[in-house]
Design a protein around this ligand. Structure first.
Ligand code: IVH
Length: 667
């Protein structure tokens, strides 16, 4: 290959990865790999400058602007940071800084070290204290107007108290907390959608939704790290500027550190390495930057990077382990997912013993076999992922073969042309049935307490429950005869099942598990059509016209109701007394929709009774003990052990002000 050809190939590859990363939010290679490609291209271009063209990725800052959002020209370019991967490279950076500041002695150079958050850079502009615009980074010069979506982030102040700044633009990183990422992914899996690969992608997806109400449901957060534009010289140092940002109530990260010299900045690299897994957000490195703004000005920037800052990237921890077995799991929709059982190992702070292999193609592509030594890492530090098989000598087992029949019910399995997954064709497959029952009973659906996986397993395996209607014919003696089921618990379960009959249309619709119809769609449909009879009779065209219901959902509903088995099942459920209308008193879909609150400490704005009444009037529930099921703890003054417990469980904690805002403004 000639140099010219290699340059062409690199440009094409980088363009493609830029597109995957910036436009479709689905990168396929690591940052390190990308940087290596970029570095190689730069190297070749520097020795062959005649080959540099305007379309080279080295000649521009970033990706493309999506046309759905209005373009916003940044008040000052949003640069990015040069990456380093080891201490020597950071030292080289410091040497460059020293050379660029002749006459300044090494000992007087201060640095600020910050966490490098793995999210999306945004710019927020305030005019006369009011938030007027929020934009993505885009290509660095021009981004997308996502003001409406950014406003939904609760830590973004809508107004700041800035008498001296008529116009200020601040910059920060929007991210999805790890806990929220797990919650959303679990929900997506339940609703038959593909989970996000990592919190960054989930945040990117949420920021670019055209409906801000849905963005608001995905609890994004932000750290503001700098001022991007402000006329006049208000600060001498970065640290001072951040103190002002905090004072203006911007969320500035608590771990930022001022270092009196370069060596103490280096110490922090090691200190943070261990800490980063303990944080509730993704951190992919550190930002090391000069503190003095005068020094920054002197050093300036290249077309891409400032010369006064550098990123230190932590390598993603990779560990080698062995594939003990590959098993196939059957999901609620019959999807058959191969899962690797691994010899347990510690990776990025927790023990990993299984990893999804996604589908047959993935296994073939990576040639993963039982007995192989594999390199694993946690994608986005959360989801275990098999990166590759370590080259092994002879004696490997045979390649994995997808089963030809369902591992649970032995029915045939099939794969549609457009899909990567195989599905069991038997709609009464016990494994599918168990998953569907689990979903049916879940809190967002029929909310049947005490009907957990162990009970479902026994009910299905003993043949007592073959479908949803069977649940409603269960006798007390049958339930009491199950393993480890005391009479009292059996009674509780029967009562709960009985109670669920009046859950109302929206819950029932969600519980049925129609593909693409999750909780939110079920609520919208129930509100509009009010009864199952009406919904069943609605034409495809009318369904499609419903708010947020497009052709995919309309089609899915129609084919669900067209099936005899489904119609019969609904008729049998009706006979057993399940309410098929939306309840008038039903608070489903309202602000608090069944969310559980616990009140603790002394409240001053409301009495306990008032708070309880308000929460309940909006569909929430108030309970007295805190558990995994609690959604919010409202903590008044001198809150004690409940507050501690909530912190331990990661329950969202509200002070009175936050509760009041929530009650007034909507969730
Ligand atoms: S300062 C001139 N501080 O990293 C750029 N950036 O590679 C100054 N980032 O686009 C950026 N955490 O999205 C800065 N504490 C932090 C950061 C941070 C994450 C991101 C930011 C930027 C990218 C640069």
């Amino acid at each position: 290959m000639t140099v010219k050809q290699e340059i062409e190939a690199l440009k094409q590859a980088i363009h493609q990865h830029d597109h995957l990363y910036y436009v479709t939010n689905s990168p396929t290679i690591s940052d390190q790999c990308y940087d290596a490609l970029f570095h190689r291209l730069k190297q070749l271009e520097s020795t062959h400058p005649e080959c540099i063209t305007l379309d080279s990725p080295t000649q521009r800052v970033g990706g493309k602007v999506d046309e759905r959002f209005k373009a916003v020209v940044h008040l000052a370019p949003m640069l990015s940071l040069d990456n380093t991967y080891n201490v020597d490279e950071v030292r080289a950076f410091h040497q460059r800084v020293l050379r660029g500041l002749p006459g300044v002695s090494d000992e007087t150079i201060e640095y600020v070290v910050e966490l490098k958050f793995d999210g999306l850079a945004v710019a927020l502009t305030y005019e006369d204290g009011l938030l007027v615009s929020g934009a993505t980074r885009g290509d660095g010069l021009q981004g997308e107007d996502i003001t409406a979506n950014l406003r939904t982030i609760r830590s973004v102040p809508l107004r700041i108290d800035s008498k001296s700044f008529s116009r200020i633009e601040v910059r920060g990183e929007v991210y999805m907390p790890k806990k929220e990422f797990e919650r959303i992914n679990a929900k997506r899996v339940e609703e038959g959608e593909a989970p996000f690969a990592n919190p960054r992608n989930a945040a990117a997806g949420a920021l670019r939704l055209l409906n801000p109400a849905i963005t608001a449901e995905r609890k994004l957060d932000i750290f503001i790290y700098t001022v991007g534009y402000l006329k006049g010289n208000f600060f001498q140092t970065h640290y001072e500027m951040q103190e002002k940002l905090s004072e203006l109530r911007f969320p500035v990260n608590e771990h930022n550190r001022l270092c009196k010299d370069f060596e103490s900045a280096l110490v922090l690299i090691e200190e943070f390495r261990g800490k980063r897994n303990e944080l509730n957000y993704e951190v992919d490195g550190l930002v090391i930057q000069l503190n003095s703004l005068a020094h920054r000005k002197k050093l300036g920037a290249t077309s891409k990077f400032p010369r006064w800052a550098v990123a230190y990237k932590y390598e993603t921890e990779q560990v080698v382990t062995e594939i003990m077995d590959i098993v196939c799991q059957v999901g609620r929709t019959g999807s058959i997912t191969p899962v690797a059982k691994l010899k347990p190992v510690l990776v990025s702070g927790s023990t990993v013993s299984r990893a999804t292999l996604h589908n047959e193609d993935e296994i073939k592509h990576k040639d993963i076999r039982v007995g192989d030594q594999v390199v694993i890492e946690k994608a986005g530090e959360i989801i275990p992922k098999i990166i590759r098989v370590i080259e092994s000598s002879a004696g490997r087992r045979k390649p994995f073969e997808m089963p030809t029949i369902c591992p649970e019910c032995q029915a045939p399995i099939c794969r549609e042309k457009s899909e990567a997954v195989w599905r069991c064709v038997n709609s009464s497959c016990p494994a599918q049935l168990k998953e569907r029952l689990r979903y049916f009973a879940s809190r967002k659906a029929m909310d049947i307490d005490h009907l957990g996986p162990a009970v479902i397993e026994q009910l299905v395996d003993s043949g007592r429950v073959k479908n949803f209607p069977d649940l409603y014919s269960l006798k007390m003696e049958e339930v009491a005869s199950l393993d480890r089921m005391a009479e009292k618990s059996a009674q509780n379960l029967i009562t709960e099942i009985e109670k669920s009959k009046s859950a109302g249309l929206s819950r029932f619709l969600n519980a049925l598990g129609v593909r693409h119809v999750g909780q939110r769609t079920a609520i919208l449909l129930a509100r509009k059509f009010r009864s199952m009879t009406k919904l069943k009779e609605t034409s495809y065209e009318d369904l499609e016209k419903t708010d947020e219901v497009g052709p995919i959902i309309a089609e899915s509903l129609k084919s669900f109701f067209d099936r005899d088995t489904n119609r019969q099942e609904i008729a049998r459920l009706r006979e057993r007394g399940i309410l098929m209308e939306e309840r008038d008193d039903e608070k489903t879909g309202e602000l608090f929709d069944g969310r559980q609150f616990v009140l603790t400490g002394t409240l001053s704005r409301f009495t306990r009774e008032e708070a309880k009444e308000k929460i309940e009037s909006l569909g929430g529930r108030v309970t007295s003990t805190i558990s995994k099921k609690t959604d919010f703890l409202v903590a008044g003054a001198s809150a004690g052990s409940k507050l501690e417990k909530a912190q331990e469980l990661g329950t969202e904690i509200l002070d009175e002000e936050a509760l009041q805002k929530l009650l007034e403004s909507g969730y």
